[in-house]
Design a protein around this ligand. Structure first.
Ligand code: ATP
Ligand code: MG
Length: 331
């Protein structure tokens, strides 16, 4: 059977883009009895400036959020990337199977480094660590957003090169595109950009932990152009289209259905409708997050157990890798 690996950076609280675009799908995969590994990829979150003081709290909150959204630590392997050393060990070996030129061509590097005075080596290199994240578990299906397709191609190129150099070791992996919404949830402030955890303005996103009045005030501020009617047209009306897409994701209904039902609403009334649905959908998740955060020992112990299970698999792979690469003399 396929093994599925997904990862999320502890760069902030889960927002509804992460939830509908990624986590909900991981939960569905888990509940249809797939072998799911869910990594909190703290090493990746160090590739942009971050606050080490806040990282432990972010990891805790991310674990609590994932569990509250339905990731069951008994069914999935929920773990912390940095505590499984084979990720970075394999990353190094894979670095000897690709070129600097290949990495510099990946669009993510130019996009993310554009605003940085001194982009870090890690920012250039992290797609190789992502490949290691996958290969260390020999995962064969990877839930990806459109921005990650090139990284999966890199991982598969590394599989080819490694297998050629050292003999058949790693399987290729295939993407799983999100079946729920092909489009991405966009920023509330600038709906031409995607909603992001790390974007500085918190009004640009709805975090799954936002209380009702904050959800209402953020949606009040949301840029809906000067639209009066409920018309879905992402090109010319990205703001109102984003609202419709969120509504569709929240209710599990088709965009066309939503537009049909609310076509007579004026935009302010529609905004209130979506706010209500959002508040009600997030309510049970939020009470679960609160409950879990009152029981930090449970979260930490769940993460530790998951990390141990992940390490057992990763250690097996690492052993077979060192036998192929000739590093196994004193094993
Ligand atoms: P950061 O700003 O730190 O990169 P992020 O919000 O982009 O944070 P990631 O941790 O990079 O979140 O990605 C986690 C998962 O969420 C990935 O599978 C990604 O494809 C998905 N995702 C991120 N943003 C959105 C969005 N706006 N809409 C749908 N899916 C999203
Ligand atoms: Mg991201």
């Amino acid at each position: 059977p396929d093994r599925i690996l997904s990862g999320i950076q502890p760069t902030g609280v889960l927002h509804i883009g992460n939830y509908f675009g990624a986590v909900k799908n991981w939960v569905d995969l888990q509940n249809s009895n797939h072998d799911v590994l869910c990594a909190i990829v703290d090493l990746h979150s160090m590739t942009l400036p971050y606050d080490p003081q806040k990282l432990p709290q972010h990891i805790l909150l991310m674990a609590a959020s994932l569990i509250s959204c339905g990731i069951d630590p008994e069914k999935s392997i929920l773990f912390l990337q940095s505590e499984v050393p084979q990720h970075t060990q394999l990353c190094w070996i894979l670095s000897t199977c690709t070129t600097l030129r290949r990495l510099a061509q990946l669009p993510q590097y130019s996009e993310k480094s554009e605003y940085l005075e001194k982009p870090l080596l890690g920012l250039l290199w992290y797609p190789v660590l992502q490949a290691a994240d996958i290969l260390v578990y020999k995962a064969t299906r990877i839930p990806v957003g459109k921005d990650q397709v090139q990284h999966l191609q890199l991982a598969n190129a590394l599989v080819r090169t490694f297998n050629l150099k050292y003999g058949e070791t790693f399987p290729h992996s295939k993407p799983i595109f999100n079946p729920n919404n092909a489009a991405r949830i966009r920023s509330l402030i600038d709906p031409t950009k995607k909603m992001s955890k790390s974007f500085p303005d918190p009004n640009s996103r709805i975090d799954i932990t936002d209380p009702p009045d904050l959800i209402a005030s953020k949606l009040k501020l949301a840029n809906l152009e000067s639209t009066l009617s409920i018309v879905y047209d992402p090109q010319t009306r990205p703001g109102v289209s984003n609202l419709i897409e969120m509504h569709s994701a929240l209710t599990g209904r088709q965009i066309s259905e939503v537009c049909q039902e609310f076509k007579d609403f004026d935009i302010e009334r529609y905004r209130e409708t979506v706010t209500e649905v959002m508040v009600e959908t997030l309510r049970p998740i939020q009470s679960e997050v609160d409950r879990l955060l009152n029981n930090k020992e449970y979260i930490i112990s769940a993460l530790k157990k998951g990390t141990q299970k992940a390490t057992d698999i990763a250690a097996d792979t690492w052993r077979s890798v060192t036998e192929k690469t000739g590093n196994h003399l004193i094993k």
